[in-house]
Design a protein. Structure first.
Lengths: 336, 500
């Protein structure tokens, strides 16, 4: 085993040596060391699951010669991970997967980084948000829910969500604005925990991502009211009783005009070679073509948009502006 | 009993040569991971997770969960031999395990620790087998207020427990709370006490603190006392296992109580660390030899180890049935389940019977295999103490430094470890207990989070902590534990006055 490994290394080195003697420009860029894939969030969350799935796909299908390690840098609402990328100028063996904290953390905490400090690689997918209530609750539609909210004294309705001044709370504030009500937002550490708190009736509603709540929905413990997207979700398979993902109405059609999607994208440190960025774009295209990826997308009812290059950068720029406006409106901007 | 039939199917799934081999590999790797401070079970499982994607889900979870069992076993080894807890939940094992090793009873301490771990795990697996659905619905009762009450109980059962005066315990605990407050505040999302330093964004990691306070602190102390382990060379013979086993049944009451505490903590899910501390605290109060605790009492090893293992095992139940991990390692395993295409949740037990019962069967077998593996190694572990201090101390230092570095791949953490080491030395010199400090660093931010979530829910009213029977009775238990020294004092005075 060791011998074959040694031989293989020798062969690789030989090939590399021969190639470097040939025309270097024709030789495509490849990672030279183990690639570090940073997750600016804790283990077990949505971003972490996606990163680890990608790592598994790359290993299983041998998509990359070097290996990939997933490293969690969750400190400071992910600021730790983003600062690491920002400070690794020119290192082409580092990647980071993003959540909305790419925008919200610098705005809410003042930790000094922005997407402009990094090199955009590709958008892998967009994560959806769904308004969930307990299946035992009397609210069958958004209308029922909003009516009950308006009838109750302000602050009595409790919304559970992941983190503070991040995506879940932004949506909560948007719901408050749209309906003219006031809810109490309770921050928890992870999406799975939030779903269980709703099952245990410790909160009245959540805006969990599909993948965080699907298990409880299938078991008949939760009920989806609407999805915060302009179009219906894709999945047609029956999930709970007669309902599939595509049977959940959009919030807009239910009179709650709110749209919010979360970026699951990849960035690199600043000042990396262009070849390296292209290499990773191709790599992620290959990842997206595997059945394992398709399975993850279906399980989590993801919006499967893909972007890279200038399109991606432009999209991110627009999102950043939107988050700034949303956070400003909600009063979440850092004071210092 | 439908569960028993399912379990037999599970055994049929697990009992293939391939799976048994994975089990053995997993246990051995896990023990190694558990021994190395810093490289915890969660890291070990996370590193190996991608390698398992090509395996069948059942084999993969067997391999990974066996690493987890191995790490649970392994954590006790360094606690007993060197007073360096390899894992958070083995801190309480050092209290009596290390003094035992110093009295030349390392073999007994290790045997007691491993055996109680096994008993705790076995008890928890039986609970899972028989009462999985019931237990899952119990876990749903736990909202923020209930969670806070559990942490409250853990802290309270600690005050006045040590040999040190309660004021010193409380002082150490408060310092721990202050350290736990550093980093990001989950409730408001603001940074606290970081003073603009990027290294402090993530707060103080518990592992770094433990490695420094216990590991480095201990080495500094030993150096001062003349460069040698006080430990007499332990009598090393396999017979020590039998002798210890003969003695252990005497502590059945402590074991049973610790099993119950462990299962409760694992399911709620508060985790193995509070379970081990709470169990030790209660055992000390309940035992007739309570005043001997901390001087090398076998019972003081049995209690925390049993509870930690029971909690570690039952922590898998909320992960499987609710999708909420009861421990960091369970969180990584949860990620694995999703990648293998399994959806943890109430339906997992219905739809993936082979997988679930295969896993449960592997818990039985894995722990038996684990016990055999670690027990055969007891004489070797105990023999480490015969190595001269001048050789072993540098090795421990290097291992500690590597361990501290691996937690976040950061050299800053190694510096922090040394700072904590000096702090640990000073604490011991001034007779301040380290354990309350550690407990507060581990649970401080969780307790604070639960407390503030509860107050958000109640809109500021403290009544929420007594709003139903469950939370109310845990809080009362906590208060009783806190004021126990005063109460028992009062009670005995009442008795004497009546007699007079």
């Amino acid at each position: 085993m060791i011998q074959t490994l040694g031989l293989r290394t020798a062969a690789v080195a030989l090939v590399a040596a021969v190639a470097s003697f040939g025309s270097p420009s024709a030789m495509a860029w490849e990672p030279t060391r183990t690639v570090e894939f940073i997750v600016p969030a804790g283990t077990g969350g949505g971003a972490d699951q996606m990163a680890r799935t990608i790592q598994g796909i790359i290993t299983k299908h041998s998509l990359m010669k070097q290996s990939m390690v997933v490293v969690n840098k969750a400190g400071g609402a992910g600021g730790e991970g983003f600062l690491d990328i920002k400070n690794s100028k020119g290192n082409p063996n580092k990647l980071i997967i993003t959540l909305s904290n790419l925008f919200t953390t610098p705005l809410a905490t003042g930790i000094p980084f922005s997407w402009k400090d990094m090199t955009p690689v590709a958008m892998l997918a967009l994560d959806e948000f769904v308004l969930w209530v307990n299946a035992d609750s009397p609210y069958k539609t958004v209308g029922d829910f909003v009516k009950a909210m308006k009838a109750a004294p302000p602050g009595q309705f409790k919304m559970g969500g992941t983190g503070s001044k991040q995506e879940d709370q932004i949506i909560t504030v948007a719901i408050e604005k749209a309906t003219g009500t006031k809810m109490t937002y309770i921050p928890y550490k992870g999406g799975g925990e939030v779903a269980v708190q709703l099952v245990g009736k410790h909160v009245d509603a959540t805006v969990n991502n599909p993948i965080e709540a699907v298990a409880q929905w299938r078991a008949g413990k939760l009920r989806p009211l609407c999805v915060f997207d302009s179009k219906l979700l894709a999945g047609k398979d029956k999930i709970a009783g007669e309902m599939s993902w595509s049977d959940i109405p959009t919030c807009k059609s239910q009179g709650l005009d709110i749209e919010y999607l979360m970026l699951r994208g990849v960035f690199m440190p600043p000042g990396v070679p262009k070849d390296a960025v292209e290499y990773y774009v191709e790599l992620f295209k290959k990842v997206r073509a595997t059945p394992e990826w398709a399975q993850l997308m279906a399980d989590g009812a993801f919006n499967q948009s893909f972007m890279s290059g200038a399109d991606y950068a432009k999209w991110v720029e627009g999102e950043e502006k939107r988050h700034r406006d949303l956070m400003k409106e909600a009063g979440f901007l850092a004071t210092n | 009993m439908e569960g028993i039939g399912d379990l037999m199917t599970g055994f049929a799934v697990v009992l293939s040569w391939q799976n048994l081999l994975y089990m053995l590999i997993g246990i051995v790797l896990g023990v190694i991971i558990g021994v190395l401070p810093g490289l915890g079970g969660a890291n070990g499982v996370a590193i190996l997770l991608p390698l398992t994607f090509t395996m069948s889900p059942t084999s993969a979870i067997i391999l990974l969960s066996c690493i987890y069992w191995g790490a649970l076993f392994g954590g006790a080894i360094t606690s007993i031999l060197f007073n360096i807890p390899g894992e958070p939940w083995s801190v309480a094992t050092t209290f009596d395990g290390y003094p035992m090793a110093q009295n030349g009873k390392a073999g007994e301490a290790l045997t007691a620790a491993f055996t109680s771990s096994f008993v705790g795990a076995l008890f928890a697996v039986i609970v899972i087998t028989l009462a999985a659905p019931l237990v899952a619905s119990f876990a749903l009762q736990f909202g923020p207020a209930e969670k806070f009450s559990v942490f409250f109980l853990a802290f309270c059962s600690f005050v006045g427990m040590g040999k040190e005066p309660p004021t010193k315990t409380i002082a150490a605990m408060m310092l721990g709370f202050a350290l736990a407050a550093v980093g990001t505040d989950t409730v408001t999302g603001q940074l606290r006490l970081t003073f603009g330093s990027t290294e402090l964004l993530g707060g103080f990691d518990f592992l770094i603190a433990v490695i420094g306070l216990f590991g480095i602190g201990e080495i500094l102390l030993t150096m001062e006392e003349g460069l040698s382990f006080k430990g007499k060379a332990a009598g090393i013979s396999p017979a020590v296992v039998w002798q210890t086993w003969k003695e252990l049944p005497r502590y059945w009451m402590t074991s049973l109580r610790s099993c119950l505490i462990g299962c409760w903590m694992g399911i709620t899910p508060a985790g193995a660390t509070p379970a081990s501390f709470m169990s030790y605290g209660i055992a000390k109060r309940a035992s007739r030899k309570g005043d001997q605790f901390g001087k090398g009492e076998v019972e003081g090893v049995v209690a925390p180890e049993t509870a930690a293992h029971a909690a570690g095992t039952s922590a898998l139940l909320p992960m499987l049935s609710l999708g909420v991990p009861g421990s960091p390692t369970a969180a990584v395993l949860l990620g694995g389940l999703l990648i293998w295409g399994l959806q943890p949740g109430p339906l997992l037990f219905v739809e993936q019977k082979d997988f679930v019962w295969g896993l449960i069967a592997s818990m039985y077998l894995g722990n038996i295999v684990g016990l055999i593996v670690v027990l055969t190694m007891v004489p070797f572990f105990a023999a480490i103490l015969r190595v001269p201090f001048a050789i072993i101390a540098p090795i421990i230092l290097v291992v500690c430094a590597i361990g501290a570095y691996t937690v976040h791949n950061s050299t800053f953490d190694v510096v922090m470890m040394l700072v904590f080491g000096v702090a640990g030395y000073l604490f011991k010199k001034c007779n301040y207990p380290l354990a309350p400090l550690v407990l507060a660093i581990v649970l401080g931010d969780k307790a604070e989070e639960a407390f503030r979530q509860s107050l958000l829910i109640s809109q500021g009213g403290l009544g929420v902590f007594f709003s139903n029977g469950l939370v109310g009775s845990i809080m009362v238990l906590g208060l009783v534990a806190l004021f126990w020294p005063v109460l028992s004092n009062f009670y005995s005075r009442l008795l004497t006055s009546r007699r007079a």
